[in-house]
Design a protein around this ligand. Structure first.
Ligand SMILES: Nc1nc2c(c(=O)[nH]1)N[C@H]1C(S)=C(S)[C@@H](COP(=O)(O)OP(=O)(O)OC[C@H]3O[C@@H](n4cnc5c(=O)[nH]c(N)nc54)[C@H](O)[C@@H]3O)O[C@H]1N2
Ligand SMILES: Nc1nc2c(c(=O)[nH]1)N[C@H]1C(S)=C(S)[C@@H](COP(=O)(O)OP(=O)(O)OC[C@H]3O[C@@H](n4cnc5c(=O)[nH]c(N)nc54)[C@H](O)[C@@H]3O)O[C@H]1N2
Ligand code: SF4
Ligand SMILES: [Mo]
Length: 694
């Protein structure tokens, strides 16, 4: 008999709602949950490849303890008890000698994050970090500086927009299924798309206007747009009068940043910039300037993100149909969210985080997420104190933190590395103990609170029994916790018990998720009243162009623009990004996805390639101050001459993942570990490389 199970995809962390069809205990089909607005039954290629991941024999199958040098690939297959006892004993010794703060747990934010946070709070460590800063740390800081709310509390109404401007937000390749569907509907309904990227992506090919901007100069473009909008009074005066704090200061500041000035810096003609300002103004307030993810990973990122958000505020497009909106939680309609284990009482922690986020040394990055790229130097310099153990839970420091050689050197200093993963990742192969998690199709997970215009709650449900000797993450952490004397913080014996505990007080039961996989707290979309009801959390209660967050910490709200360095000779700026067929560093060994995109290539501008004697498909050597590697050239007119581009996530070193082993080059091996020191993101696009024919 076939079964239908509603669940959540996890081939990437967007977590699209899915419907899984099984027969005789096997997954036969996965599709987007048709009951969820925006999903329309669709999946992206990685979501479809979930089946190939499930039935791939090259994933982790049982717990293992290292049986040779770190990274030697020699392992002992052990029972769960043996692995957990070993970790418990080591951790107890480390905590007794160096204190709880010497244990760091890093993860990609996920449904069991409240469990990991509980684990660390219980041992007295402030050192929980998520991938967040590596992804959008400065977006988060920018949102807090303007709204007093995090980026996670801001959303975009793609479906109803009339004009969307994307700065390297490559929506049609760096996918979230709902965003793709909703934006496609908007385009069908006549919305305009402006796309800005040093590279012609798939999204560029769908745009009404495409600008091949000089990399790193979007901030100059934005200052010129703001200059024009203020000079020609193209903004929404009523909205700005009511909600903006610091318009005059901005007006004085942008005086010098004319479109003609920006043309020299960006390569975009001045009259084109003026045209965009006028066009978007005609469609206000249903206009979106997308605050983006990774297109702005430069040292000045915080100011670029702030400038984008200010453009939205000037258009009056914040908290409006077809613009940006603030996400509403269950509290807006008198409902209660699922409980989290972090609501318990914990011992007080008296030490700062390893990355010093939230202290006067690094005041602005969000301490709820931390700053992962600081980890290697914190370990190597024992600053602010010794770190001795790392638990990597669905996180790959060797692929996701720039300068992998530095990261590896730091990891060598640790007394214990534990990885909880599903794949033979590079960090798993470099660990002391590897604990295999059941994959998303084999496990029930904690609830997902989905805040938005309509608050909802989703459930990931096990579709089939685990194929191997694997466990659920929330159970694994509890079982380690029991061995180090913090078991009381995990008041459940099974995932079902944890779910029941989470649902207490919400008014919902587990059965309520059977019919559609989610529950809704209300039927209507909730917009706050733009007249006087925006619940901003800034000290002024307004959108702070002049930012108290920045200025109280000693930073300027509007620092002068610093020109972007140009490469010379055979030097290029290295830019990286996504493709529709892969997720970060996770899927390169997936049999299906690997067959279609097995390795990365180096996009290089045709004229530059010809100067250097490089032809399409030639092997080239790419070298930075940090490392070098060889890969095939993809010679094309579709990239700015100052830039070379490669896909993120390749160059894996774990031999047990045989399909991805040594295929392509890892961007993290070439990138320098530098940051936007105000906002917190790594400046992943600030590395220059030389390219030479081999
Ligand atoms: N050099 C460089 N660094 C980057 C980026 C870049 O482009 N270049 N991008 C940045 C961005 S935007 C992000 S979001 C981060 C992402 O950084 P990460 O979160 O580290 O990357 P992922 O590939 O999503 O997954 C990390 C690990 O999770 C494992 N995994 C997958 N599914 C499961 C599961 O169900 N359970 C468990 N336990 N493990 C699982 C994968 O096998 C992989 O080893 O990287 C950032 N860092
Ligand atoms: N298929 C797939 N989809 C994904 C993911 C995935 O791994 N795979 N990951 C998800 C996650 S966690 C994230 S963060 C998002 C990332 O979503 P995006 O940020 O949209 O995707 P990336 O490919 O990382 O984008 C980088 C783009 O910025 C461009 N760029 C570089 N420098 C500049 C510049 O100076 N100016 C401008 N305007 N553009 C520039 C690059 O050429 C590249 O096209 O994707 C999400 N969706
Ligand atoms: S975007 Fe694709 S891989 Fe990511 S959750 Fe959705 S379907 Fe899965
Ligand atoms: Mo990301």
């Amino acid at each position: 008999m076939g079964k239908e199970i509603y669940s959540l995809c996890f081939m990437c962390s967007i977590r699209c709602p899915i419907r899984v069809l099984t027969e005789s205990g096997q997954v036969k089909w996965i599709e987007g949950n048709p009951h969820v607005a925006g999903m329309e039954g669709s999946l992206c290629p990685r979501g479809a490849a979930g089946i190939n991941m499930l039935y791939d024999n090259e994933r982790l199958q049982y717990p293992m303890i290292r049986d040779g040098e770190r990274g030697s690939g020699k392992w002992r297959k052990v029972s769960w008890d043996e692995a957990l006892d070993y970790i418990g004993e080591k951790l107890r010794g480390i905590i007794d000698t160096h204190g709880g703060q010497s244990v760091v747990l890093g993860e990609r934010t996920q449904l069991a994050t409240h469990v990991s946070k509980t684990f660390l709070k219980a041992i007295g460590s402030p050192n929980h970090f998520t991938h967040d800063a590596l992804c959008k740390g400065s977006v988060n800081t920018a949102c807090r500086s303007l709204f007093g709310l995090t980026d996670g509390q801001v959303g975009i109404d793609y479906k109803n927009t009339k004009h969307i401007v994307l700065y390297g937000r490559n929506i049609f390749e760096a996918i979230s299924v709902k965003e793709v569907n909703n934006l496609t509907h908007a385009l069908e309904n006549g919305a305009k798309l402006t796309y800005i990227d040093p590279r012609v992506t798939v999204t560029a090919t769908k745009a009404h206007r495409y600008w091949m901007i000089r990399p790193g100069t979007d901030l100059a473009l934005n200052y010129a747009l703001i200059h024009t909008i203020l000079k020609e009074r193209l903004y929404d005066e009523a909205y700005v009068d009511k909600w903006v704090h610091g318009l005059d200061a901005l007006q004085d500041f942008v005086q010098a940043y004319t479109p003609e000035w920006a043309e020299d810096e960006t390569g975009i003609p001045a009259e084109e910039i003026v045209k965009l300002a006028r066009e978007t103004s005609q469609d206000k307030p249903s206009v979106v300037f997308h605050y983006g993810y990774r297109g702005a990973h430069y040292a000045n990122e915080i100011f670029q993100r702030r400038a984008i958000l200010m453009l939205n505020a000037l258009m009056g497009s914040i908290e409006v149909k077809g613009g940006l909106f603030f996400k509403k939680g269950p509290g807006e309609v008198g409902g209660k969210p699922a409980r989290k284990l972090t609501e318990q009482d914990f011992p007080k922690i008296g030490v700062p985080r390893f990355d010093k986020a939230g202290t006067p040394d690094f005041p602005l990055p969000d301490p709820n997420h931390g700053v992962p790229q600081i980890l290697p130097n914190a370990i190597l310099n024992e600053d602010p104190y010794p770190i001795k153990a790392l638990i990597a839970f669905r996180f790959e420091p060797l692929g996701s933190i720039p300068d992998a050689s530095l990261t590896k050197k730091a990891l060598e200093q640790l007394d214990l590395i534990v990885t909880i993963d599903i794949n033979h990742s590079d960090i798993a192969s470099y660990s002391d103990v590897v604990l295999p998690e059941s994959c998303y199709l084999e496990r029930t997970d904690c609830f997902q609170q989905a805040n938005g215009l309509k608050p909802q709650m989703f459930l990931r449900r096990k579709a089939v029994e685990p194929r191997y000797d694997t466990r659920d993450g929330a159970m694994i952490l509890k079982q380690i916790g029991e061995r180090i004397g913090i078991g009381d913080y995990f008041p459940y014996e099974s995932m079902e018990e944890l779910l029941q505990w989470q649902l207490e007080g919400t008014g919902f039961g587990l059965d309520d998720f059977d019919a559609k996989g989610f529950v809704a707290y209300g039927k209507e979309k909730i917009f706050w009243d733009r007249g006087d009801g925006l619940k901003l959390k800034t000290p002024s209660g307004k959108i702070e162009f002049t930012s108290s967050l920045l200025e109280d910490a000693g930073f300027e709200s509007f620092p002068a623009y610093g020109p972007v360095q140009r490469p010379s000779g055979n030097e290029f700026r290295l830019v990286t990004g996504r493709v529709a067929l892969h997720t970060h560093v996770s899927t390169q060994n997936n049999p299906y996805l690997n067959e279609i995109v097995p390795e990365n290539t180096l996009w290089i501008n045709s004229a530059k390639a010809s100067e250097l004697g490089i032809q399409d498909k030639d092997l080239v050597e790419v070298a930075s101050t940090r490392g070098s590697g060889q890969l095939k050239a993809h010679v094309t007119d579709l990239i700015h001459p100052e830039t070379v581009f490669m896909l993120h996530g390749f160059g894996h070193q774990a031999k047990r993942a045989s399909r991805s082993y040594n295929r392509g080059v890892s961007d993290s091996f070439l990138q320098e570990n530098v940051s936007d020191t105000v906002g917190g993101s790594p400046a992943l696009h600030e590395t220059f490389v030389t390219v030479t024919p081999v």
